[in-house]
Design a protein around this ligand. Structure first.
Ligand code: CA
Length: 466
């Protein structure tokens, strides 16, 4: 491929934006016309999954094409060793102009600041919504305004000053709509006079599940703080009324933050159009994982359950991707780096665990494309008291193993996603699923061997080593 033919890659990622708050994914609660443009003019992935649904690990996986146990970022408290090889370094060496603007969340200081980027301006840690501090190439500065607008402003400024004769790789990483969901003035009154529908599992009582679901501390009715809600509830509410009130406070602020992202995605798409860059630029919109939007009575993520597992993934590249298409192929976040390399005409190195899905985006999946995926969450207990677990998801089933017994028992969950798409009934002990359980345990073991994860095997798991 001639160097000049290589496409630009514009990767827009928000933080905690669930697919079911995007109208291209059939949202019941909001409209996202600008994000939808990417879907209407490109492809929507319906089975794109995060392999460890929490911010920092997902980001390390996206950069390296590796599962958490291979890039050593398993939890929020581990920093990324930025001397490691990763996709931005490879693209930079291949002649791409590279930049990351917004949320990094992989650690700061020597050994942890962004590497592989010609330009970087990132918020420390979680960052702030209003007048955020940025660390620009190592220098701290406060920028007045709203984070989502500023991240877009900085991205557009970088695009304007780039060398138009070389392709670019730009990661636009929004802080929003992460907790504590602080909207800007422009959207502060959106949804003021409407009631947002509650999700079908809002009144889940966590029966018929392993102990982990009831133990989790991310309940809308019980675990939200004043910082989350920003005002006191009216006096005299019953517990049920209070839960509903909390949900409306939470979801409206969340969706207001999303509305600002949507506006700013529109600004970037308009810029590409105005500059004649649309044809030769791969544009992606995704989020670092999904989120519970009142589903199961929860906010937050972490679980292998559908709402937090699923990443929105919309991609436009007019030269290769037909408009208005979708795919149900199982894609995982370790696949992103190999895809970027593929577009740049570079082979993915053998050590990467993901695989480019460029042909799937062109409409044909390879015969040997995966029919299952491996998931693992490590942060046992802690702030939201989610038990550590790993498991396997196929198109129809999901098997989960909660592997630590302090706190909480070691337990298995099996969900039949065809009969029970909301994962309300654990059928692991039902006789008619006994064979399925054995097949899925074998598949789980196969994946753990494939990805070389031999930490914390279950009792009875066959030995890994030959
Ligand atoms: Ca996140």
């Amino acid at each position: 491929m001639a160097k000049s033919d290589r496409p630009n890659i514009l990767y827009i990622m928000s933080d905690d934006h669930a697919a079911h708050a995007i109208s291209a994914y059939g949202s019941r609660i909001n409209e996202t016309p600008n994000i939808d443009r990417i879907a209407n003019e490109g492809m929507r992935l319906d089975n794109c999954f995060c392999t460890n649904s929490i911010c920092t690990p997902s980001r390390a996986t996206i950069l390296t094409g590796l599962y958490s146990h291979k890039n050593d970022v398993r939890t929020l408290s581990e920093k990324f060793d930025s001397s490691r090889e990763h996709v931005a370094k490879m693209l930079q060496r291949a002649g791409y102009q590279t930049a990351i603007i917004g949320k990094w969340h992989l650690g700061h200081g020597e050994g942890h600041d962004p590497t592989g980027f010609d330009y970087w301006s990132v918020v420390p840690g979680q960052g702030l919504y209003h007048s955020p501090v940025f660390i620009e190439m190592g220098r701290r500065k406060t920028i007045p305004g709203y984070a989502t607008d500023i991240i877009t402003d900085l991205s557009l400024e970088w695009l304007k000053q780039r060398d138009p004769d070389r392709p670019f790789f730009l990661m636009v990483h929004h802080k929003a709509p992460h907790r504590p969901w602080q909207p800007d003035a422009k959207h502060a009154h959106l949804y003021e006079d409407v009631e947002i529908p509650e999700p079908p599992t809002f009144y889940d009582d966590y029966s018929n599940r392993a102990a982990a679901a009831a133990a989790a501390e991310m309940r809308i009715d019980r675990d939200m703080t004043f910082t989350d809600l920003k005002e006191d509830p009216p006096e005299g509410l019953t517990p049920l009324e209070r839960k509903r009130w909390n949900y409306q406070r939470y979801i409206k602020d969340y969706l207001r933050c999303v509305a600002s992202i949507d506006d700013n995605v529109g600004r970037i798409l308009d810029y590409l159009d105005a500059e004649g860059l649309t044809e030769n630029t791969v544009v992606i919109y995704t989020s670092d994982q999904g989120f519970f939007l009142g589903d199961h009575g929860w906010y937050d993520k972490r679980f292998f359950y559908e709402e937090s597992l699923r990443m929105p993934f919309l991609i436009r590249y007019p030269k290769e991707i037909a408009p208005g298409t979708s795919s149900d192929a199982i894609i995982i976040n370790p696949d992103f780096a190999p895809l970027f390399l593929d577009y740049a005409g570079l082979p993915a190195p053998d050590w990467m665990q993901g695989r480019s899905f460029r042909s799937i985006l062109q409409g044909s999946a390879p015969d040997d494309w995966r029919e299952s995926m491996y998931y693992r969450y490590y942060m046992h207990g802690g702030e939201h008291n989610v038990y550590a677990h790993y498991g396997v998801r196929t198109r129809r089933f999901k098997l989960i193993y909660y592997y630590k017994d302090d706190p909480g028992p070691r337990e298995w969950e099996l969900f039949d996603l065809e009969k029970d798409p909301y994962e309300m009934r654990n059928v692991v002990n039902e006789p008619e699923y006994a064979e399925v359980v054995e097949q899925l345990k074998a598949e789980l073991h196969r994946l753990r061997v494939l990805y070389e994860d031999d930490e914390d095997p279950w009792e009875g798991e066959p030995a890994f080593t030959e």
